[in-house]
Design a protein. Structure first.
Length: 149
């Protein structure tokens, strides 16, 4: 029996895949639980159109991410924080503070898109973070942590 998956199913396939399963598994489990639909000719046409539209939207999102990545290249952010006399930070600098500093520069970056190489930054200095704008677009972003005056 040919079916179209409506969601990701482990060891079978991902959403919108056209797969062949045994009749009982499809008719008694997947279809009643709304995990799949029967792959009729009309359902296949709808699937093809959905995939085509999704590919167009993905291309548009990727182009927007590339434009933002180009603007981010060469930009640097300075984060001022309270430190001891030896240069140790009271607490640490994390993605929340970095996201706020980047957003002040006019970008809309969520803290969840940022990955700092070190687990936590506890000293002043220059660091690099990776910003994931799209699943295929990742930007290296330099920032500096200085002593607050």
């Amino acid at each position: 029996m040919e079916i179209i998956l409506l969601q990701d199913i482990q060891n079978l396939g991902s959403k919108d895949d056209l797969v062949t399963v045994k009749d009982g598994y499809g008719r008694n489990f997947l279809i009643p639980k709304k995990m799949a639909i029967v792959a009729t000719e009309s359902a296949k046409k709808v699937l093809a159109e959905n995939i085509k539209q999704r590919a167009h939207k993905e291309a548009k999102l990727k182009d927007e991410a590339l434009a933002i990545a180009e603007k981010l290249q060469g930009k640097q952010v300075v984060i001022a924080t309270k430190t001891s006399a030896t240069g140790k930070i009271f607490g640490s600098v994390n993605t929340i503070q970095l996201a706020e500093a980047i957003n002040k520069k006019g970008f809309e970056i969520d803290r969840k898109q940022i990955k700092i190489a070190e687990d936590s930054i506890k000293e002043i200095g220059k660091y690099t973070a990776k910003i994931k704008l799209h699943k295929e677009v990742v930007v290296d972003f330099d920032f500096e942590v200085i002593t607050e005056e």
